[in-house]
Each structure stands twice: as C-alpha cells, then as structure tokens.
Design a protein around this ligand. Sequence first.
Ligand code: ADP
Length: 395
Amino acid sequence: MKILVANLGSTSLKYRLFDFSGENPELLRRGGYERVTDYSAVIDDCLKDLREAGALRSDSDLDAVAFKTIMAKGVSGCVRIDETVLGAMEAWSRIAPAHNPPYVEGIRVFSRKMPKTPLVALFETAFYQWVPEAEARYAVPDDWYRLGVRRWGFHGASHKFIAERSAELLGRPDVAERTRTLYSGDKPGPVDGPTLRVISCHLGGSSSVTGLRNGVAIGNSFGTSPQSGLPQNNRSGDLDPFALLHVMREKKLSVEETERVLSTESGLKALSGGDNDLRDIKTRADTGDAPAQTAIDVLVAQIRHWIGAFYLNLNGLDGLVFTAGIGENNPWLRRRICTGLDELGIVLDPSANEANLAAEGVVSAPETPVSIMIIPTNEELVVAREAHRLLANPA
Ligand code: ADP
C-alpha cells in the first residue's frame, strides 16, 4: 500500500510518499513547494514528480492521500475524509484560521483530481484523548465548554513520534510499542516496568511542550486553538481574556482586526519588533538589540514554565526532548532553557550540546538523571502509519 502524506500550509505544500508493502514503512520520495498560489497546479506537479521518479507507476498506484489536519467540530482521531468531515473543519475555521482553510481547500482539490482515491485525516487533537479532564477544562460555563472552549492540544503527531522514539532511546521498547498503537485501542493500561516520564519540546514556527507518562500525553501547552500556549512566530500564545477585551474596547478593534493582530502580528514578531524567525532575532540580540533579547527571554521563560508544570505532574523526569527547527538547531537556546536546573537532574553536556545539530543524539552530561535528547521529528510517518492502519482494518 502506497500512502502520500500532504502537509498543506497557507502558501506551501510538502509531501512524503510511503510504501507499506515491506515489514516497515519505507519512505519512497519527499518534496515540496513554497509560495504556492494554486494548489491544483502543484498537486499535478507533485504527482508528475512521483511518476517520473518511479515512485508511482500511475496515479492509480496511489492507495491513499493522508493529511495532518488540525481540528474539527465534533471530529478527532484518524478518519476517512468526506463532506461531513470537511464541513466540521470549516465549522472551526475561525479557531484555526492559519490551518483549517488551506487544508479544506487543498483536500477539495485532491478529491476533485482523484475521486476514487481514499483521503484520510489524522487530527492533531487525537493524541490528547487520554489527558485527564482536570488538565483540559477551563473554568467557563458549560455551554462554552460544549462550544469547544477547553484545552485540546496540538502537534499531536510530532509529540507521538517523540513519545515512541524517546522510549526506544531510553531502553523501553515496551513503552514504544504501546505508544505506536495508541490511537487505535482502548485506554492504555499500566506498563510492567517503572513509569517512563518524558517532556517533549516541539519548538519551531509554532511551538508546544507536552508531558508524556509511559508514552501517553498528560497535557500540552496549546489550549483551545493553535494560537495559544507558547509565543509562536507571529501568533500571540497565551493571553488573559480580559486583556483582550480591554484592548478591543480601548482601540475600538473589530473581531476581524483583533484576530488579524493576534494571529499575524503577535508572538515573537511583536516582541522583537518585526522579526519572526529565531535566527534573525538571535543575530539582532547578539548585537545588543533590546526587543530581540526580550523576545528570546519571553520564549525561554514560557518554555521553562511548561517544563516545570509537566515535571511536577510527572513526579520527576527521565527524558527531556528537543525537536523541530528551533529545538534541533539552536544549542544556545537549549543552554538557556536548561540553565540552573541541576537540582532537578537536568544538566547539559556543553560539548555534546554544541556539536549536536539537527541529528538524533543525547546531549546531557554523563551519569545525570535526565537524558536530554535531540530527536528530529517525523510527523508524516505517524500520519502515514495511522492512515495505513485505518485502511487496512476498516471498521
Ligand atoms: P515550521 O514550524 O514552520 O515547520 P520549523 O520547524 O522549520 O518550522 O521551525 C522554524 C524555526 O526554526 C525558525 O524560527 C528558525 O529560526 C528555526 N530554524 C530552522 N532551521 C534552523 C537552523 N538551521 N538553524 C537555526 N534555526 C533554525
């Protein structure tokens, strides 16, 4: 079975083609496009690339296209996409304005081009199905809760990959195996060995921290929307709701204008005074630029805040993982995050930390209690595997 995973951004399409005919899924081809204005043209181009590379014999050689979708009203998990699912995504487009509209548009183009090919969605919220209610609820009226006002959690595919891989690296294949089948089964029971406690920091264009007990998420820094939690590149992260009401009244902002500022003019971009790429912010901070330094200070403080919250709920820690563009590539940021945590067992090995760029490895000091790891994430593999499981075992 060949499954194409399509990662749709508002102006990008990245893809990976997996083959499930062997014992383990094999990555046959990957590629992508930036500055996309016409999904139809790039989808044609993508399929042509897969045929010309010999990865597909024809379009009918493709068994499914799978998508790492964000959220939908009343739908989570891994599902076949139909009009009901698309309608549920559209119903929550305003909660995820940067994510749901491009996915809905791109999926519709795929379904027009290949009406016979199954399309599958793995929602990012799916990984948080076992989060305890006390960690997921906000203190709002019940009818708000029923409108979806609660902590959902996102980056589920990435944190799930980290849960599996970190368990393997920590010598716990039992936990890795259990995590691999987590979406499909009933509530996971206890494990035989000691409890495995991991905190996963996905730090990139958007960032989140997740606590993992025996590979199962106990919470995530994101809340109701992907604009919440840590400061994102240009999205605000957490904000007191009364601050919002205050600003809307004082500046006489419309809902649309407020949404635009929160989702495109906030986050690191607002704090630094214009830059949203951490590389540019760091370059400015190194020359003494105060707003750039503040942006970094706030990001570090918020990451530490969430590590602290999960450390407590996990009652200690075995593994601390850094992943995604920022987490994998910036030893100086990892150093800032881990400074002064030796009493908690979190101690970097300075040379391993500096040497380890975007490659898997352990960067903690020898003989310290917490293994600090760099693990390049592989969200597409998680999506492809879940789509394969769904299609191979139809209900
Ligand atoms: P996205 O969330 O859009 O997939 P990434 O995970 O690639 O994005 O994260 C983008 C962030 O990662 C940017 O802020 C950028 O500064 C940082 N980043 C990416 N690559 C590097 C690198 N080679 N060195 C330093 N920082 C990097």
